[in-house]
Design a protein around this ligand. Sequence first.
Ligand SMILES: Cc1ncc(C[n+]2csc(CCOP(=O)(O)OP(=O)(O)O)c2C)c(N)n1
Length: 328
Amino acid sequence: MSKAAETTATEGAAASGELLELYERMSFIRALDELTMALFERREITGTALHVATGQESCPVAVSTHRRDADVMFSTHRGSAHCLAWGADPVKTIAEVLGRAGGFASGLGGHMHIVDPDSGVLGTNGIVGGGLPLAVGAALGLRMQGVDAIAVAYFGDGAANTGACHEAMNLAQVWDAPVLFVCENNRFAEMTYSDALTAGTVAGRARAYGIPATEVDATDVRDVVAAAGELIAGIRGGGGPALLDCESFRMGGHFVGDAQHYREEEVEGEGPSDPIAAARTVLAESGGDAEALTSADERAVSRAEAVLAEVMAMPKPGIEDLERMEDR
Ligand SMILES: Cc1ncc(C[n+]2csc(CCOP(=O)(O)OP(=O)(O)O)c2C)c(N)n1
């Protein structure tokens, strides 16, 4: 099995709801984020900022269980987890994040410019809200070409306040575009609590355009699998766009190194929390195979370490990589 196929969830997993498999996929993404963060903190990665998705793994892993080959995905500035869950090659993805020559754009784009058309990853994006209109255009294109596929557009609750988000929702509905808008609602836009910036709700905005919307607490990945599955079935059945609002938990700061002086202490049991810890608790308490859980942990970490080792052995991009990118 290819590395891409290993990380891409299948529709079968969605149907059987195999929590252990979902747990391992989330843990692999978490392990890569943690290894990458450690390198960034040691100043071994070039670039100005690094945004990771620790705590938010359930949403992309769950949504991607419904992915079919021709589907396409548009991501955000916090997007390497989206790409990994969708099925982008982990080595090329992390090479791009770490600025190494084996990345999709020879390491010249960085984590906010990950693009891999072969796996349907049509771009992480440094422009907040920027992926939403692109996804609507892609979805319309798919429909006009008679391709039986959907576009998925991730965005944050901060992006929900952009004009681009409203324009995208409006035209998606007018055009019946087969697009799933997925809000990772982590309650923050950079260092500001969203409720200080946001009137109404994200789901309420979609409904105002006639778009069906579901709100789900993303702590339990199985809930997200179910909610996303229902909405995606509607889209594939010709129902037009839909929106999934995932109440998510941003474990860290806005970027790696953010001191988070603005953050109030979270009250345990209130609001969404770490989906990996939650899945681990369910698995450990369900009387299942403890060895299988330990093996899943070990596989996730050792695979992530192998990815990192391969990437760190790569050269940094040179002038020839820049010239090659210009020729493309
Ligand atoms: C158009 C635009 N405006 C502002 C910014 C600066 N900026 C970067 S991330 C961010 C907050 C985004 O919040 P949200 O959409 O909730 O995503 P999250 O960071 O929580 O994942 C802002 C304002 C930007 N990158 N692009």
